[in-house]
Design a protein around this ligand. Structure first.
Ligand SMILES: NC(=O)c1ccc[n+]([C@@H]2O[C@H](COP(=O)([O-])OP(=O)(O)OC[C@H]3O[C@@H](n4cnc5c(N)ncnc54)[C@H](OP(=O)(O)O)[C@@H]3O)[C@@H](O)[C@H]2O)c1
Length: 284
């Protein structure tokens, strides 16, 4: 298949590039190739490549900065994917897009289902929800994978931040009253590849829609940090703190565990337990 990947250097994008390159003809784009804020180039870029699938792994992911860069976040998370989806509909190719647990307000007491009502509490969450709604409206061949708590070997993520702080400090406070599912970018990319490889374009409309795709199991940021330090053999003293003790410009959902049952039922795939993937990553 011919596949066009937006955001080829991101955590998920680079894992996708590595995996897709083994079996498919792939072209990846980064911000230098095309700034997504100039969405007028999106259509011609997709048309020129004539892909079977477009995968959008790009996003404005600076959650706190988005509170003051609303227009920029909206351009990248909403308007650009909408333009991609519109072109995919015109070319009748597949469109795989990623979204986030931040579309929910975090007040649930059981894992969120795809059918649960979104209620974003931040600019990032609102722009990602606007993106979801726009791509679904523009293109019937769209699959959206909502994910959460993404990390990779490289990149600005919680795992790398914790490892750095462990070398700088003797003691660390980490939030223990927010719950979610750590997701290794490589696992998400692998599931994404399975989804597109198992879906014929003719049948895409039957399976199109939103799917939750996160590492299996759940923990708190405190539990995640404890596992990182244990696996990496770091002896930093870890203190559990509350959300109120660590104020951020953008509010975080208290609970953002996503049920992956639909992904398993429809595509027969699941991501490994988060502890297993973390252990493999830190062993490297
Ligand atoms: N990270 C998480 O914890 C998390 C959680 C839930 C959902 N998600 C979603 O998962 C998907 C992948 O996230 P990720 O963690 O892999 O993101 P990431 O590492 O932050 O990568 C985002 C990519 O988007 C590109 N990008 C940003 N602005 C751009 C612009 N103006 N023009 C062109 N490209 C631009 C970046 O390119 P440059 O590097 O060149 O700037 C980068 O390659 C996103 O849809 C995200 O919303 C992520």
């Amino acid at each position: 298949m011919r596949i066009l990947v937006f955001g080829k250097n991101g955590q998920v994008g680079s894992a996708l590039m590595a995996l897709l390159g083994e079996q498919h003809e792939v072209r990846g784009l980064d911000q230098e190739d095309m700034d997504l804020v100039q969405s007028s180039q999106i259509e011609s870029t997709i048309r020129d490549y004539q892909p079977d699938w477009v995968i959008n792994a790009s996003a404005y992911t600076a959650v706190d900065r988005a509170e003051t860069e609303v227009e920029l976040a909206d351009a990248i998370n909403h308007l650009a994917p909408a333009a991609m989806a519109k072109t995919c509909a015109a070319l009748n190719c597949g469109f795989l897009h990623y979204s986030t647990d931040y579309v929910f307000d975090g007040s649930a007491e059981r894992p969120y289902l795809e059918s649960d009502e979104p209620n974003p509490q931040s600019v990032y969450g609102s722009t990602k929800l606007a993106g979801e709604q726009a791509v679904m409206a523009e293109c019937p061949n769209t699959i959206i994978l909502r994910t959460a708590w993404v990390y990779a070997e490289q990149g600005a993520n919680f795992v790398n931040t914790m490892l750095r702080l462990a070398d700088e400090r003797d003691e660390l406070g980490v939030v223990s009253d927010q719950f979610g599912s750590p997701t290794l970018a490589y696992d998400l990319a692998r599931v994404s590849v399975s989804v597109i490889e198992s879906t014929q374009i003719e049948n895409l409309a039957n399976v199109a829609g939103i799917y939750h795709a996160t590492g299996s199991g759940m923990t708190s940021w405190f539990g995640f940090a404890r596992e990182i330090f244990s696996l990496a053999d770091k002896s930093v003293k870890l203190n559990a703190i509350n959300t109120e003790d660590y104020p951020t410009p953008a509010p975080r959902p208290h609970y953002s565990v996503l049920s992956n049952e639909k992904l398993q039922r429809v595509f027969g795939v699941a991501l490994p337990a988060w502890q297993e993937s973390l252990a493999k990553t830190l062993k490297k």
